[in-house]
Design a protein around this ligand. Sequence first.
Ligand SMILES: Cc1cc2nc3c(=O)[nH]c(=O)nc-3n(C[C@H](O)[C@H](O)[C@H](O)COP(=O)(O)OP(=O)(O)OC[C@H]3O[C@@H](n4cnc5c(N)ncnc54)[C@H](O)[C@@H]3O)c2cc1C
Length: 471
Amino acid sequence: MTVSPNSSVSPVHIIGGGLAGSEAAWQIAQAGVPVILHEMRGVPGVKTDAHQTDGLAELVCSNSFRSDDWEHNAVGLLHAEMRALDSIIMACGDVNQVPAGGALAVDRDAFSAAVTAKLAAHPLITIVREEIAGLPPQEWDNVIVATGPLTSPALAEAILKATGEESLSFFDAIAPIVHADSIDFDIAWCQSRYDKEGPGGDAAAYVNCPMDKPQYEAFIDALLNGPKAEFKDWEHVPYFDGCLPIEVMAERGRETLRHGPMKPVGLTNPRDPLVKAYAIVQLRQDNALGTLFNMVGFQTKLKHGIQAETFRMIPGLQNAQFARLGGLHRNTYLNSPQLLDKQLRLKAMPRLRFAGQVTGVEGYVESAAMGLLTGRLAAAQALGRDLAAPPPETAMGALVEHITGGHLEGSKFQPMNINYGLLPPLEAPKVDEEGKKIPLKERGRAKKRLMSIRAMESLKAWRDDHTGALA
Ligand SMILES: Cc1cc2nc3c(=O)[nH]c(=O)nc-3n(C[C@H](O)[C@H](O)[C@H](O)COP(=O)(O)OP(=O)(O)OC[C@H]3O[C@@H](n4cnc5c(N)ncnc54)[C@H](O)[C@@H]3O)c2cc1C
């Protein structure tokens, strides 16, 4: 990309200077298109409930961008893709990293200061400290909304009015999601309760994991004793019964879960038809590819560190790999599959593009990646060029697929971290490049590597193809 200004081009407006907005601003300006970045922090008396500073790209909680292993970890792959696309977030993260083993963690203040300084110094970027408290003025014809999970109430209200009641979620009740190929089908079996064939379902739509009484009792003990994340004052969730965390259900009585999400009725274990399970955990397909399954009714405030260990107590999930752990927290996000086109524009108002966590991705890196992409798409539009999102076998393309329709139709759209289950599947290789047999337990890792290599090749081809579109 080039930085020579294109004087005939009108500016792109970005609302929100967090991870996504900062990355988008950089990408657009590097393409030679002027940017006006509107950030409300810095205006006296205006703040969010989580940010502590006026710095751009502030990290609101942990200081980690998670694994940096591009060959075997999907978020590491996203890092690599972003580095290949001149990401300011990755460049400033790399320069300001602190020791964190295989993860990329950063000095949060130095990182935010570096992003702020680079953007402020860019000749094509103007930073305006103001809240955009409603839909942007009509004359802004190329806008990126990157206002994050804590979008200011006035703007959220305006978006809600423009898109309709069902379009904006404010809470995430997240049940853990498991990679289908890590479920032990020598123990679990597929069956819908009472063999019912619902709309879009079949008589074997659910994966069932049976428990006997001692296993159930041990599991309840683990739920009751496990450390829980506290709600922040501003996060207090009015619990309603369809959405109780499982450990809260367990606190109401040791049998409650057996009469709720773990009820064993209407299901028969084909391996042991005469023995009734004491409790059954059900998993439901979560993405159109069929590579991910969510644990039905298992939203939880158990701390992340203990979740995998606790849920691996469930027979059939003893080796489960989690694409996402559970949670329950405030998160403003769009029903993107209904509302956004593949350019991440609001179908009903295409002058507005959305980026970051508000689109229904989850995490710092994912938010920044969607900022990077929308930045490039908005710059191409400003220059009158055609540009499509990268293909779905890239981590970035897979995220776009997820938020614009890759989740299972009919299910509630829920935010997602990047994970290999979002990419089109590949067969696990049985032999390595030299023809040597790969041991069974190493094949999953080998498959991830192949998927990462495929992603990087595809991403670079996409980048090289469209360099002309942005030059
Ligand atoms: C409490 C909390 C903790 C989190 N912890 C983590 C974590 O540890 N690790 C992780 O990977 N992810 C975490 N996330 C999720 C997510 O990755 C971050 O929220 C991330 O910052 C999202 O990036 P973003 O650019 O979409 O939004 P943000 O980084 O929040 O940026 C949005 C920006 O828009 C501004 N803004 C909002 N409304 C307006 C308006 N009307 N006008 C102008 N400006 C506006 C805000 O001030 C903010 O600067 C957390 C989220 C929350 C809410």
